[in-house]
Design a protein around this ligand. Structure first.
Ligand SMILES: NC(=O)c1ccc[n+]([C@@H]2O[C@H](COP(=O)([O-])OP(=O)(O)OC[C@H]3O[C@@H](n4cnc5c(N)ncnc54)[C@H](OP(=O)(O)O)[C@@H]3O)[C@@H](O)[C@H]2O)c1
Length: 315
């Protein structure tokens, strides 16, 4: 069960809505930002996409399941007809799907102001699962595929722009449950697989991606941040059953440490719109700048993980 220690704080500084980006029609209420949100068919991502649309942004929503994508298209038919929304397929458990989406967006001449790497599996499989690309599934969905998507979309990213990764304080070594333990000798957890560990390791790996991304691409204006949205029990309950489901849906939401899906979505939208000139490479727990774990702050480890990414998913 994912959790962040802090509930959402004050909103992030936003760029002026009519920034001199050369896009939009420049008129009152014209959309300035084009924002890609992954895993936007349900949960926090769906609400964040709705919030961004409400604020006047142009949003590209992705969904991995064709039926859910079709349902989303019909929900958003008015926004799609006006060109303010698009629904595109994306399954992060498949590099072919990642490559397909990025090729399409580049061919269509899209210019992205932000990518929100929201998609995730809050309940990783009980048994270790390897994707068609040979990577442990949870690590691929949260860290490897988002890195590949961002890298392939570099030519489509505006300067300045921002990547927002949805992280979790569960990457911390003292978080409750099965401890985080990422080994470069066994990144796919042949030994000691547990769904909680897979999730925590993936969120730690995401922080390395953010750190090394900022070091490599921050100077050219493509910044990356890691944002823990708060503990959102309602969306975290999606793939749970029985007692855990009742706990997450009925009891946890009224606890003082819980965050509502709407508040988490507003935070996600704030970060997508955050002034893109502000340097990144930071971790925000509930929107508050926070030190990630010591492992997550290690530059050499971040570089080593980047080398693995390049080997696993050659660009
Ligand atoms: N909820 C929390 O308390 C909490 C706390 C900290 C961090 N987070 C992070 O916040 C993000 C959103 O969480 P949430 O609570 O909104 O989750 P959610 O309700 O379970 O939604 C997850 C979304 O990700 C999509 N997804 C899952 N696997 C995918 C794949 N292989 N390829 C593409 N999309 C995939 C899902 O699509 P389908 O509908 O097809 O499954 C769904 O749209 C996640 O990254 C999560 O780790 C959540």
């Amino acid at each position: 069960m994912p959790i962040c220690s802090r509930r959402p704080g004050p909103p992030a500084p936003r760029a002026p809505r009519h920034a001199p980006s050369g896009r939009g029609d420049g008129g009152k209420g014209a959309p300035v930002k084009t924002i890609l949100v992954t895993g936007a068919n349900r949960g926090i991502g769906r609400l964040a996409a709705a919030e961004l649309l409400r604020r006047g942004d142009r949003v590209i929503l992705t969904a991995r399941n064709p039926d859910r994508a079709a349902a989303l298209r019909s929900e958003l038919s008015a926004e799609i007809a006006s060109g303010r929304a698009q629904v595109r397929p994306l399954d992060l458990a498949s590099f072919a799907s990642v490559r397909g989406l990025s090729a399409e967006l580049i061919a269509d001449g899209e210019r992205l102001d932000a990518i929100v790497h929201n998609a995730g599996t809050l309940s990783p499989p009980p048994v270790r699962t390897i994707t068609e690309d040979g990577i442990e599934q949870t690590l691929q969905i949260h860290a490897v595929a988002p890195w590949l998507l961002s890298t392939l979309l570099l030519p489509a990213l505006a300067r300045p722009s921002r990547l927002v990764f949805l992280g979790s304080s569960l990457h911390l070594p003292n978080s409750r449950g099965v401890p985080v333990r990422f080994s470069f000798d066994d990144p796919f957890l042949v030994e000691g697989y547990h769904p909680e560990r897979a999730y925590k390791n993936a969120k730690l790996a995401q922080l390395w991606v953010v750190r090394e991304w900022e070091r490599r691409h921050g100077a050219e204006g493509v910044h990356a941040d890691d944002l823990c949205p708060g503990f959102v029990p309602i969306t975290a309950s999606a793939n749970t059953r029985g007692f855990m489901r009742v706990l997450l849906r009925r009891v946890m939401p009224i606890m003082p440490f819980a965050t509502s899906p709407q508040a988490a979505a507003r935070l996600e939208a704030d970060w997508a719109e955050r002034d893109p000139t502000i340097p990144g490479g930071a971790y925000f727990d509930g929107g508050t700048p926070t030190q990630p774990s010591e492992d997550a702050r290690d530059d050499d480890t971040a570089r080593s993980f980047w080398a693995l990414l390049e080997a696993w998913a050659p660009v």
